[in-house]
Design a protein around this ligand. Structure first.
Ligand SMILES: Cc1cc2nc3c(=O)[nH]c(=O)nc-3n(C[C@H](O)[C@H](O)[C@H](O)COP(=O)(O)OP(=O)(O)OC[C@H]3O[C@@H](n4cnc5c(N)ncnc54)[C@H](O)[C@@H]3O)c2cc1C
Length: 384
């Protein structure tokens, strides 16, 4: 008999969400997280959660614990140096909000606390997985904990390590030659809960409402990103003003800056015998349009569902893995295609493309059904 029905590798937001999705299934679930107990994630990235993700987190009973989050009521999309813009509006889309901004760290900690409270899984922190092997009837995992090397087996191992370990299957990689500069900034005008996505030839620049201030995700060439991080605050604000424009008045301050390298990294198959990949371990997307974690939460929710629906003996077997693949195909393919197409279409200064993009934005702005389609896909994925 394997030690667990499902063993999750990685207790980031997606691994923790999967454990919560499985908690009422009467299954033996384990979770191995490399970070030590109480070690804060200290990850400064802001996260925009979709309304669809809110519904998942409500089902886990943790939405209240995540408050306060900053709702996005409108998204303003434009391109620098080109005509055409579009505004997506929550009221038009019949949604309470188009998204909710919060810190990655708070989301990860709240999910981890919920796991601890639910006591529904064997949650081992300080457990760094170093090896994974498929055997008939089970998969086995080798991990280090407190200097000891241990082994655990499960009918199904769900890899949710953010793509840190060796991949489950072959991986397709596209290096965008872009990095994201993250910072909290303040400006002269209130944000009024509007998010801005501004496409520039170097990469998209997002300014999100975050409490009274703004969360900046500025993608640009990696060398430029490093230089931006090292600039004195006043000079950084000047460059930001030039790249973003005046829609929020003058930028007045910027907090600590951090830099994230960006690439598209897609597993060619999300399942192998007795093993499945979820979240960034399955697909690491460009942060444009804030899709990665939202897609990962849907991975976790659907894998939880498929696992609970099949008999215990079927867990990790070919039929269950085929069902999971089939459920995720459209949503996953759509998320990868959408973000990849946006980055490649907009990150250049080719005049005919700039004009075509402007026309595309103008047409989208003038066609409510098309806007509705885009908002519903961004909110709920392929099932929107
Ligand atoms: C700048 C930026 C902004 C972003 N903004 C958004 C946004 O607005 N909206 C959105 O939806 N997405 C956004 N994303 C994407 C989002 O951050 C990721 O999709 C999300 O963090 C993936 O979660 P995960 O749990 O799969 O992986 P991770 O968050 O990487 O967590 C992986 C976990 O696994 C653990 N781990 C790693 N290796 C091992 C091991 N060997 N053994 C045990 N444990 C291990 C790690 O300690 C970690 O806790 C953004 C990304 C970036 C870079």
């Amino acid at each position: 008999m394997p030690d667990y029905d499902v063993l999750i590798v990685g207790g980031g937001p997606v691994g923790a969400a999967l454990a919560l999705a499985l908690r009422d299934g009467g299954l033996a679930v384990g979770l191995l997280e490399a970070r030590g107990p109480g070690v804060a994630q200290a990850d400064p990235r802001p996260i925009a959660l979709s309304h669809g993700s809110r519904l998942i987190l409500e089902r886990f009973g943790i939405w209240e614990a995540l408050q306060p989050v900053t709702p996005i009521v409108r998204i303003h999309v434009s391109q620098r140096g080109g005509f055409g813009r579009v505004e997506l509006d929550a009221t038009e889309a019949r949604l309470p909000a188009l998204g909710y901004v919060l810190d990655y760290t708070r989301l990860a900690e709240t999910l981890a606390q919920a796991l601890d409270r639910a006591g529904a899984c064997d949650y081992l922190t300080g457990a760094a997985v170093t090896g994974l092997a498929s055997e008939p009837g089970a998969a086995s995992v080798r991990f280090n904990r407190g200097g000891d090397v241990r082994r655990a087996t499960a009918r199904l191992v769900a890899v949710a390590d953010g793509g840190a370990m060796a991949a489950v299957t072959e991986v397709r990689i596209r290096d965008y030659r872009q990095a994201a500069v993250i910072a909290r900034v303040a400006s002269g005008l209130p944000h009024r809960n509007v998010a801005f996505e501004r496409f520039t030839p170097d990469g998209p620049l997002a300014v999100l409402p975050s409490a009274e201030a703004l969360a900046l995700v500025w993608t640009t060439a990696p060398e430029h990103a490093q230089r931006l991080c090292a600039l004195p605050e006043a000079e950084f604000l000047q460059r930001l003003q030039h790249a973003f424009g005046q829609r929020l008045g003058a930028f007045t301050s910027a907090g600590a800056r951090a830099c994230f390298p960006l690439a598209l990294r897609v597993a060619t198959d999300i399942a192998a015998p007795r093993v499945v990949a979820v979240g960034n371990a399955a697909q690491m997307l460009h942060p444009v349009a804030g899709q990665g974690l939202n897609l990962g939460l849907r991975d976790a929710w659907e894998l939880g569902g498929v696992t609970k629906e099949c008999g215990r003996d079927e867990i990790g077997g070919p039929a269950m893995l085929a069902a999971y693949r089939a459920r995720r195909r459209l949503d996953r393919g759509g998320g990868v295609w959408f973000t990849d197409a946006l980055v490649r279409l907009f990150s250049n200064d080719i005049a005919p493309l700039r004009i075509a993009r402007g026309l595309g934005l103008a047409l989208l702005g003038a066609a409510p059904p098309a806007k509705d389609f885009v908002v519903r896909r961004m909110t709920f994925g392929a099932r929107g």
